[in-house]
Design a protein around this ligand. Sequence first.
Ligand SMILES: CC(C)(COP(=O)(O)OP(=O)(O)OC[C@H]1O[C@@H](n2cnc3c(N)ncnc32)[C@H](O)[C@@H]1OP(=O)(O)O)[C@@H](O)C(=O)NCCC(=O)NCCS
Length: 154
Amino acid sequence: MIEIVEPQLDQASLCEPILLLLPGWFGIESAIVHYVQEIDRLPTLLAWSQKQVVGFLALKQHNEFAAEIYVMAVHPKSHRQGIGRQLVKVAEAELRKLGVEYFQVKTLGSSSQDPNYAKTRKFYESVGFKPLEEFLNLWEGNPCLQMVKKLPPY
Ligand SMILES: CC(C)(COP(=O)(O)OP(=O)(O)OC[C@H]1O[C@@H](n2cnc3c(N)ncnc32)[C@H](O)[C@@H]1OP(=O)(O)O)[C@@H](O)C(=O)NCCC(=O)NCCS
């Protein structure tokens, strides 16, 4: 039984252990430090199971119409159990209440050939995001794929 708790600030201490368990995605220490700082500043949904945090999704709202999945992750022992899908669903419901219409996520693009991020893109596609554009110069040394989805009206 998974409970998704509405977005709150200052959740990084509960999210960092999950980032540390996913070195295939979050293997660079400076990147983890950066994510931890940002998660504390961003509204973050938590997925709880048996009093443990098993996943999270940090939201960044850019303007009244547009928001982004800044970072999300699920505990590796709980992958492929529908937790990521539930986190996105609840995040979208929160954004639609605020009138947000466009939802985006940036992830590693397919020209990187990274097998882990190929799975990540499959996940985002499965929850309705479409690839919009790959940027080669936004992230130093890594192709950044912008994926987008139109949210239905509330
Ligand atoms: C990406 C991630 C958040 C997905 O969470 P999850 O709870 O494992 O995903 P779900 O179980 O909700 O999967 C929903 C659908 O996505 C697709 N999907 C998920 N993982 C997949 C994989 N490894 N390979 C192919 N498709 C996959 C499937 O269509 C799946 O539905 P199905 O299981 O009924 O076939 C999780 O795997 C994760 O933490 N990955 C590492 C970190 C990461 O990539 N974060 C995002 C980048 S910042």
